[in-house]
Design a protein around this ligand. Sequence first.
Ligand code: ADP
Ligand code: MG
Length: 278
Amino acid sequence: MAILLDEWLSYEPKKPKPKQSIGPANVLSIFNQKGGVGKTTSTISIGAALAEYGRKVLVVDFDPQGSLTVGLTGNHEISPSVYDLIVGGVTTQEVILKTRVPGLDLLPAGIDLAAAEAWLFNEVGREYALQRALAPIINDYDYILIDCLPSLGLLAINALSVSQGLIIPLQCEFYALKGLALLQETLEKVQSRINPNLEVKGILPTRVGRSTHHKDVLELVIQGFGETVFHTVIPDTIKISDSTMAAQPITSYASSSNAAEAYRHVAAELIERIEGKK
Ligand code: ADP
Ligand code: MG
């Protein structure tokens, strides 16, 4: 293999400097049309790590399964929720909740969000409902991370239309490469028809075990996508599933674990990629 994996993973981002002022927010969708790849876990953990670095962060639950909401509150019946924002009648400020992590806020969702898709269908500007909902608070945060549902439907298009960037969690199985090709097609359509500013900010290998198969796929991903891939992988570890059960980010649940450190590394890389450009 031309690429030495160890060398790739040895890259160290600069330690993030404190930010002088808040906002306007960089809006990022955590996106992959496949379920169970670590989207929700990554939204929570990157969000919490960015907040540890002093960034003001809002995480948006945009999956009717509500896993992000449960994962941060332990509660799955929160009202009002992002559904009420989409169909109208409440303000964004009324729906936002503080979490136990300082600097990390949550826009919760529940199963009623599934009905929003049908409701949106007949609306004028149906691709931009989430954009309208987030507009009033865009200057209150440095980062808004949207936890997308595993589909390419209207809710996902809403997330992509308001985002400047995508983070793509990727499980290093061979079929994942096919999934990436499909995702690329969707991305190109959204870029040409709805949001020309949308960029992939990073592909994040998740749930990486010790098998040579994972390593082989990882090397293929790095060869194919180069610097788009983060120089960190998230290890497959029981500590992460335990943190999900405990409804806490891994950065609080097992603060000094490898997985927590990996997510801090990703957050530092993200800050370098986004704020380094300004
Ligand atoms: P998605 O949002 O893409 O459907 P989740 O983040 O909800 O995926 O993860 C699915 C399940 O896998 C959860 O139970 C979570 O605890 C577990 N999980 C996610 N990442 C890891 C990891 N790195 N190691 C072990 N388990 C993980
Ligand atoms: Mg999820």
